[in-house]
Design a binder for this molecule. Sequence first.
Ligand SMILES: Cc1ncc(COP(=O)(O)O)c(C=O)c1O
Length: 397
Amino acid sequence: MYYFSRAVNSVHSEDIKRLMRQASGPDLISFAGGMPNNDLFPIRQIDAIYDGLSESIKKSCFQYGPTSGHPTLLASVRQRLLNKGLPDEGNRLLITTGSLQAISIITQEFINEGDVVLTENPCFVGALSVFETYGAEVHGIPIDENGIQIDRLKTKIDALNKKPKFLYLTPNFHNPAGITYSLERRRELLEFLDGQDIIVLEDDAYSDLFFDPEHEKLVKPLKAHTGYDVDIIYTGSFSKILGPGFRLGFMYASPEVSEKAETVKQALDACTSNFMQILASEFSHEEYLDPYLAFLRNEYRERKSILQKAMNEFMPDGVKWTEPLGGFYFWLRFPEGFSSTELFENCRERGVVFVTGRTFDPHNERDNCLRLAFSNMPRKHIEPGIRILAEEIRKLL
Ligand SMILES: Cc1ncc(COP(=O)(O)O)c(C=O)c1O
């Protein structure tokens, strides 16, 4: 008999384990895994970068490094953040082992058992599992195609008998909802939060993956909108632009928050892999990254368009979605009472999988929606997969 801690009882952690098991299989058409495409990784470039390193840098690849991050990677990430319009002054950067570690560190910094965290509904399930693991009381606020619904946010804050510790948001190419906050909603949100003393945790894992260069201006982070009295902790990741195997992310926050974060990180893993940080910083420095990003945007845009076309052709009336402007996901919405869990079972028998709506609901209830990821999927599987999905949806509508 084991007396496990409460931390191991996260419902959403179980969902993630199931999701990872179901996401792949030799004969499956999988719209499940929200991962980058295996065939697009920059293998040759990384080979060339490693071969070109001096012996002394190769040695430091194998060594421990500073907890805050390797200086060359810190410098190149900082420059990229400044290019996105983030403020230079009053913030420090910390490299983390994936951005999920940044979310986890921030949660450990702020959350005691029973503290309130506000999220969007639907919400990235990895973050939900972190909040649950550390004992937060999570409240989801509905989003629409322009972002979080501010009236619902206000009603929730008014109804709570304690102040939320933070509000977790993913304004760009939302996982799972595929939406991007409109400029107007960003402004309204910041106006609403101005002076309220509620920290925002802004998760920006996908903003480099816009499909149309015209849309780059739409993804300006909340933290880059200055002039508001809103404390924003910004997180980003290399997972979607270089590969999750690198396990590289970062957080950019006030010196106080960063200093405490460093203390938490020190106890977690002392430092993020020097090996990966050096390769990633060379990849950024050597001007590999920008051409590679242009290549990725093209590849993902093409997959998105194939999926969009197949859905226009095959989906029955009653199924709704918002066409994503970037990222990896389509979020399908169905009438009340529809069960994506039932649909999942029927589709799986025919070799097609996706992620059910309930997985992304902080309250594990709303199931009349589902997520399709088009990122890690051969183009030729998209249309046959959507045909089967549409046939099975028709039977349940
Ligand atoms: C919205 C969002 N944030 C954070 C992450 C975590 O990324 P990583 O820990 O690999 O940087 C993901 C991964 O799917 C994500 O979708």
